[in-house]
Design a protein around this ligand. Structure first.
Ligand code: PMV
Length: 315
């Protein structure tokens, strides 16, 4: 078997609306963040070498045959080979990522998507998005336990999505350019833990948590309309409201609240935590004129980094 080196990338992502409630069947909206990427490169290796997975950023190099059963990179590769019913190629698959780990930016899903896509092409059987998405969802289970499927879907599609668990994916037509600042608390917070917390709380207080999820679901529907209509003022207010409901759910943190407040008081149209919560990232909707001021305010209040991404244009 021969092939030229193959390289595929997948973007990071943020959840704009609906995290946590999406696990219980409510809609959520997520968008790709192309400023951060996972990139996989597959190169031919001498015959008999099998498949080696290399992650230089993590100082890791493992052979597929000896990799642990639950190693996410190895699981992504094994599932791809099983899906295609082919043996491992003699190749080296190298993965680089600029997506922060455990920050709610979809690093696990993007890494898996890049691995699956590049490996399938190298094997001469490119996979469609649906198959890639199905495989990446299986890998996400290792990171998240019971993921809703939103992360794998948005990074595989690399487009804004309106997502309801178990329903066909809907792409969102963005009616104007929206600028989103993503502020990183610098606190690594595994989504698995906050998802498990919400599950426990929901078991203890079902009526309260179901009501919170219903309210979030309703505002996600409105947010989609505001995105399609190109209405930033409404979108900002809905972000504020979604953050309030996430605080009530118990998944915010003092760091997140401080950054959200800093964004609002320095001129953002709205702000909220994004993803699992208790750390990771928050997002703020800003106008062009306030990008610098809000970025400065976030940095001053402790954001470890601020990424600006645009929705509705190629960014
Ligand atoms: O991967 P994160 O941290 O952006 O969070 C995923 C969103 C949750 O709704 C909290 C969990 C899920 O599986 O949808």
């Amino acid at each position: 078997m021969t092939f030229a080196p193959i390289q595929c990338s997948a973007p990071g992502k943020v959840i704009l609306f609906g995290e946590h409630a999406v696990v219980y069947g409510q809609p959520a909206i997520a968008v790709p963040v192309t400023q951060v990427q996972a990139t996989a490169t597959v190169e031919l290796a001498p015959p008999g070498n099998g498949l080696t997975l290399v992650a230089p950023d993590l100082e890791r190099s493992i052979s597929l045959t000896t990799a642990p059963q639950d190693d996410p990179l190895a699981v992504a590769a094994r599932l791809t080979l099983a899906h295609l019913s082919v043996p491992p190629p003699d190749a080296v698959l190298t993965i680089h990522s600029t997506i922060p780990i455990a920050g709610g930016l979809g690093s696990g899903a993007a890494t898996a998507a890049a691995v699956v896509r590049s490996l399938a092409i190298a094997l001469g059987h490119p996979l469609d998005n649906e198959s890639i998405n199905t495989i990446v969802y299986e890998v996400e289970k290792i990171h998240h336990g019971t993921p809703s499927g939103i992360d794998n879907t948005v990074v595989t599609m690399a487009q804004p999505i309106y997502f309801v668990r178990g329903r066909p994916i809907e792409l969102i037509a963005v009616g104007a350019t929206f600028t989103i600042l993503i502020g990183d608390t610098g606190v690594a917070s595994p989504t698995k833990e906050s998802v498990a917390y919400v599950r426990r709380q929901r078991e203890k207080h079902p009526a309260h948590y179901d009501a919170l999820c219903d309210q979030i679901g309703d505002l996600v529907v409105e947010a989609r309309q505001a995105i399609e209509a190109g209405d930033p003022d409404t979108l900002g207010k809905l972000m504020d409201e979604n953050h309030r409901l996430l605080i009530e759910m118990g998944v915010s943190s003092p760091d997140l609240n401080r950054l959200v407040t800093a964004a609002r008081t320095s001129g953002a149209l709205g702000a909220k935590l994004s993803g699992g919560g208790w750390g990771g990232n928050m997002i703020a909707l800003v106008e062009e004129a306030t990008i610098k001021r809000v970025t400065r305010a976030l940095t001053k209040q402790g954001a470890q980094r601020v990424i600006a991404t645009r929705l509705g244009t190629i960014s």
